[in-house]
Design a protein around this ligand. Structure first.
Ligand code: SIN
Length: 369
């Protein structure tokens, strides 16, 4: 694209960000799908961008000086504000949802998984980039990594600051996500998260800070690579995780997360049993520990046929079997590296797949190592 055309495309967004131009005067895009094929050479890789909302699609609100609404800008508007991205790839943008990711749910997950499977099966795209809120990005990444079986790159990205903020991080993250997705060395690495110049594997990545740009860490393993304007560098060998089928009925069983704390009784656990949970994940203290009263309630859950996984509310480290808690005796599963949110997803998918024996579930939790 010529510099003049690039500037003329970006100017309205810059003015909108500065509050000079009302948002509505941004040039209109097709309702759900936009393609940059008209300006990008046909030799460039094809990237399907699936937009779901989040802060990367956020816009300032009047509620406070720093207030904003996530999921207010479309994926197409977002792409139009990323200088040079159409020199990396032919982009086709589809709006899968436009929500703050606190509202992410199974329906959107299944829509994403089915659309990605279809796009690769029908050779519609070489890679997929998903724009997503950061709050549940690690959960969506882990879900997709567990159910998708493809060597094609699938990369999630987002932003900690809305596009209207000073030093918005969304455009750079978006550019780098497309750069990683189109790098030949990205193939066969499962689902990745690209944020703030760092490439993370879905299994290990976690949001660790409420507001900082450097919020994503892969605490027990470290990042798998780095990206900058010039390069995409992986520092670990390519590794894909084992895959579980996507439940055909698009339903996941109820699995509750129980947060452990001092002076804990068994009431939350008994409530979850009564509410019909098929599984429980305990965000335990330290190495996945709970009080004696809570452990007795977990015994009641196991006797009722509920699968119980011990994870931890601590951000770092592994929850190992049979340390302070006798998992063998109580019939429990140790989550190892999986944090409570990811342990919940893996347990849901296993239960949906008909796996209910604690020993079999433990084997799958260990299979990611
Ligand atoms: C969200 O997750 O949608 C809000 C926070 C963010 O995207 O950074």
């Amino acid at each position: 694209m010529s510099t003049a055309r690039c500037v003329s495309r970006l100017l309205p967004l810059a003015l909108m960000a500065a509050g000079v131009l009302p948002v509505m005067s941004v040039p209109a895009f097709a309702a759900n799908t936009t393609t940059s094929a008209a300006v990008a050479p046909a030799t460039l890789p094809r990237v399907l961008v699936l937009a779901t909302g989040g802060t990367i699609s956020g816009r300032a609100s009047a509620r406070s000086a720093i207030g904003y609404d996530a999921g207010a800008v479309t994926g197409a508007e977002l792409i139009a504000g990323v200088p040079g991205v159409d020199r990396l790839a032919r982009l086709r943008v589809e709006q899968i949802a436009n929500i703050p990711s606190q509202n992410m749910n199974n329906a959107v997950w299944f829509r994403l998984a089915e659309r990605i499977r279809q796009a690769f099966a029908h050779n519609e795209a070489d890679a997929v980039v998903i724009t997503h809120g950061t709050d549940t990005m690690e959960e969506t990444a882990f879900f997709l990594d567990t159910v998708l079986d493809t060597p094609h790159p699938v990369v999630l990205t987002g932003a900690m600051r809305p596009g209207t903020a000073i030093s918005a991080d969304g455009p750079a993250n978006m550019y780098e996500a497309v750069k990683v997705a189109t790098a030949p060395q990205t193939a066969g690495r499962g689902v990745l998260v690209v944020m703030d110049d760092v490439i993370h594997a879905a299994r290990w990545v976690s949001k660790t800070h409420t507001t900082a740009l450097q919020t994503f860490l892969s605490r027990n393993a470290g990042p798998v690579g780095f990206v900058d304007p010039a390069s995409v560098r992986f520092v670990t060998p390519a590794q894909q995780s084992g895959h579980l089928g996507l439940p055909a009925d698009h339903k996941l069983p109820r699995v509750e997360i129980i947060y452990a704390h001092a002076d804990m009784d068994g009431r939350q656990i008994d409530d979850a049993i009564r509410a019909g949970a098929r599984g429980l994940v305990v965000a335990g203290m330290g190495d996945g520990n709970v009080s004696d009263d809570a452990l007795s309630a977990l015994d009641r859950a196991v006797r009722a046929g509920i699968v119980v996984v011990r994870s931890t509310r601590v951000g770092d480290g592994f929850v190992n079997r049979d340390v302070e808690v006798d998992d063998d005796q109580h019939g429990l599963v140790a989550s190892l590296d999986l944090n409570p949110a990811k342990a919940r997803i893996l347990l849901q998918l296993l239960l949906a797949d008909g796996t209910t024996a604690a020993a079999d579930i433990q084997r799958t939790f260990a299979a990611g190592h």
